[in-house]
Design a protein around this ligand. Structure first.
Ligand SMILES: [Zn+2]
Ligand SMILES: [Zn+2]
Length: 146
């Protein structure tokens, strides 16, 4: 199937509803990230991210951004709702033209399936890796890194 022909719309947003976003089509990549920054940002063991092209992403409502340096050395800007604080999506200098959004922000998060787990070396003893997914200690080889 040619993914570019997939024009299915998926809607998402923050907890309070002030920020809404729409993606068109299927994500290019989706996976669990166990890095320490994702642990901080989620208050949990990992975050579930999916990536789409900038042209497939549209946001409405005011967001605030926070920029930080990821383990990979890339500058990542995470955007969140200033009212309820939900982290929603981000952009990384390692992936120009791409937007990474939090899968759990979707109205129906079940439509996206993870393909991998990254930063498995940061796994907390109370979290676990999905045995059905490839797990990489850091970023997968040949990846720009997040
Ligand atoms: Zn909100
Ligand atoms: Zn991460």
């Amino acid at each position: 199937m040619d993914v570019s022909e997939d024009r299915t719309e998926h809607w998402g947003g923050c907890l309070c509803g002030a920020v809404r976003f729409r993606i068109i089509g299927s994500p290019i990549m989706a996976g669990h990230c166990h890095c320490l920054s994702c642990q901080k940002l989620s208050g949990s063991g990992h975050a579930f991210h999916a990536m789409v092209g900038e042209e497939a992403f549209e946001v409405s409502g005011e967001t605030r951004g926070f920029s930080w340096t990821a383990d990979s050395g890339n500058t990542v800007t995470t955007s969140f709702c200033p009212t309820c604080g939900s982290p929603l999506f981000g952009r990384s200098s390692g992936y120009p033209g791409m937007v990474t959004f939090r899968v759990a922000s979707l109205d129906d998060p079940s439509v996206v399936r993870p393909q991998m787990a990254v930063y498995a070396k940061r796994l907390q003893p109370w979290d676990h890796l999905d045995p059905g997914l490839p797990a990489f200690p850091g970023m997968p080889p040949a990846s720009g890194g997040r």
